[in-house]
Design a protein around this ligand. Structure first.
Ligand code: IMP
Ligand code: MG
Length: 177
């Protein structure tokens, strides 16, 4: 398999995650937050972000499926695992690895808003703005990236590469092998 091309280094990611953590700490001063990670891609980001937030915080996780392993979204999102704890009256930070077409976060935002949280904010490490099909925006964005398929730092291709410490561009020969 060819060497992956680094788009964002672990140092760049760490600096940005610290910035986002400071912003969340500032915005929710004196309050508690629930860091709600979208499985599985957001786990690495959530683990690092949580340690950059100086607030009382708890973790919860939600899982969705957009059918299959293919890179193209099928257009339908299905809830695979719901949250463990009630969201009503809570400050929710929805933590996502990447915002692409916007389908996933549009679905999750509506699902969570129906549960009447006190606040619902979205933290997305990556944003492929040029691919957006639905008008959803993240309150905290790490990096706006070009329309390339990326892996590492939690992001996968068919479940692989999540453990790469940098965010890398998926080479097309590896994609087809
Ligand atoms: P959206 O619903 O189209 O916004 O897509 C969001 C989901 O698609 C993310 O949570 C990822 O699981 C997946 N995704 C989109 N782009 C990439 C990528 O470049 N690498 C890995 N996963 C991606
Ligand atoms: Mg994901």
């Amino acid at each position: 398999m060819s060497q992956p091309k680094v788009l964002l280094s672990r140092e760049q990611i760490a600096a940005k995650v610290a910035e986002i953590g400071s912003a969340i700490t500032r915005d929710f001063q004196g309050e508690s937050v629930i860091l709600l990670g979208v499985l599985k891609g957001a786990t690495v980001f959530l683990a690092d972000l949580a340690r950059q937030i100086q607030l009382d915080a708890t973790f919860d996780f939600i899982a969705v499926s957009s059918y299959g392993n293919s890179r193209e979204q099928s257009g339908e999102v299905r809830l695979v695992k719901d949250v463990d704890r009630p969201m009503e009256g809570k400050n929710i930070i929805l933590v996502e690895d990447i915002l692409d077409t916007g389908l996933t976060l549009t679905y999750l935002r509506e699902l969570l808003l129906a549960r009447k949280p006190k606040a619902l904010k979205i933290a997305a490490l990556l944003d492929k703005l040029s691919r957006r099909e639905l008008p959803v925006h993240a309150d905290y964005v790490g990096f706006v990236i070009p329309d390339e398929f990326v892996v590492g730092y939690g992001l996968d291709f068919a479940e692989h590469f999540r453990n790469l410490p940098d965010i890398c561009i998926m080479e097309s020969d590896a994609k087809s092998s």
